[in-house]
Design a protein around this ligand. Structure first.
Ligand code: ADP
Ligand code: 5GP
Length: 189
């Protein structure tokens, strides 16, 4: 596989504000393309197939996995998520810089595949209580799903100092400024 473009992997417990920050990044760094993962998670209101995700059923996901179409895949909060090999190979071969939004298993696998070329940034919430407050405030998940995501967040937070960079998303403006600086430094390196 060609390894020309830069790879930036953002990892964060659900509810940390990762999507909010990535949305802003995409406006400020229009050349940075986000990898569109495939998932079996049900679509949230307003989500469209092919934008943040390709939505498939479990059977299709398992067939794709069997055909080795994923660069990495993981089961997260009870659903499958996978990064498309073809999508990444094509973009990297043409020198594109790519942004990935993955869970901790995904980052670990990207590090195994790409080593130092994969730059990993952990976005942490200021506290578990604030994360819970944000998840409830977002109102996109049922109560039992919120519970599961909080329990997983506690485990993911144990890994917060294992990556190349860390941003605590307390005040959104401060967090975004730090993240923007990190991305600029990676892209210029
Ligand atoms: P994630 O993608 O990490 O699951 P979201 O970006 O969807 O998280 O953010 C979860 C909720 O928290 C959203 O309702 C978002 O508007 C809100 N949020 C994000 N960042 C902050 C912040 N710094 N302070 C307060 N609320 C925030
Ligand atoms: P959500 O359901 O909130 O969109 O995402 C849940 C979790 O799955 C997040 O931590 C997100 O980063 C992760 N995720 C999304 N796509 C992928 C993927 O392709 N691979 C892996 N390993 N994790 C993913």
């Amino acid at each position: 596989m060609s390894k020309n473009g830069k790879l930036i992997v953002v990892v964060a417990p659900s509810g940390s504000g990762k999507s909010t920050l990535i949305k802003r990044l995409k406006k400020d760094f229009p050349s940075l393309e986000e990898s569109v993962s495939t998932t079996t998670r049900p679509k949230r209101k307003g989500e469209r197939h092919g934008e943040a995700y390709f939505f498939v059923d479990r059977e299709d996901f398992l067939s794709m996995r069997k055909r080795e179409e994923f660069l990495e895949w993981a089961e997260v909060h009870g659903n499958f998520y996978g990064t498309s090999k073809r999508f990444v190979e094509g973009r990297l071969a043409s020198g594109k810089d790519l942004l990935f939004d993955l869970d901790v298993q995904g980052v670990d696998n990207m590090k195994k595949a790409f080593g130092e070329k994969a730059n990993a940034i952990f976005i942490a919430p200021p506290s578990i209580q604030e994360l819970e407050h944000r998840l409830r405030g977002r109102g996109t998940e049922a109560e039992e799903v919120i519970h599961l995501r909080i329990e997983n967040a506690k485990k993911e937070l144990l890994r917060q100092d294992d990556y190349d960079f860390k941003v605590v998303n307390d005040d959104i403006e401060g967090a975004y400024t730090s993240l923007k600086q990190i991305i600029s430094s990676i892209l210029e390196s």
